[in-house]
Design a protein around this ligand. Sequence first.
Ligand code: HEC
Length: 97
Amino acid sequence: MPNRSAVNNDASSRIYVAYCASCHGEDGRGLPDLGFNLVGNAFIRTSSNAELREFLMIGRRPGSPDSKMDLLMPAFDYLTDEELNAAIAQLRHLNGG
Ligand code: HEC
């Protein structure tokens, strides 16, 4: 069993590992020059599922007013509804939900 990683053995962790972990890290804590920390994350905690879904569909461009790392968060508009829901479930999981 994986220890202290984002993996919680279901569809949401599979999606996370496939599409998100390369930048945000297996444990969700972010990687330097790649992806922001998603654990204990205020943006996630204060966003509804609908807002997170919208965010994932659009991503965030470097230089945008809310940019935190000045790096690209890619748009995931090609994911299915199920995959987006699974990714959001993983974001909740990383934030104790
Ligand atoms: C190519 C690298 C990359 C991949 C792949 C990636 N992200 Fe990101 N993500 C980023 C970067 C970089 C940021 C920060 C953008 C900024 O504000 O500068 C970010 C920001 C975020 C944020 C907002 C965090 C905040 O505090 O504002 C969330 C939520 C997020 N990503 C979720 C995901 C999810 C879920 C996936 C997989 C479906 C994913 N990311 C895949 C690079 C990536």
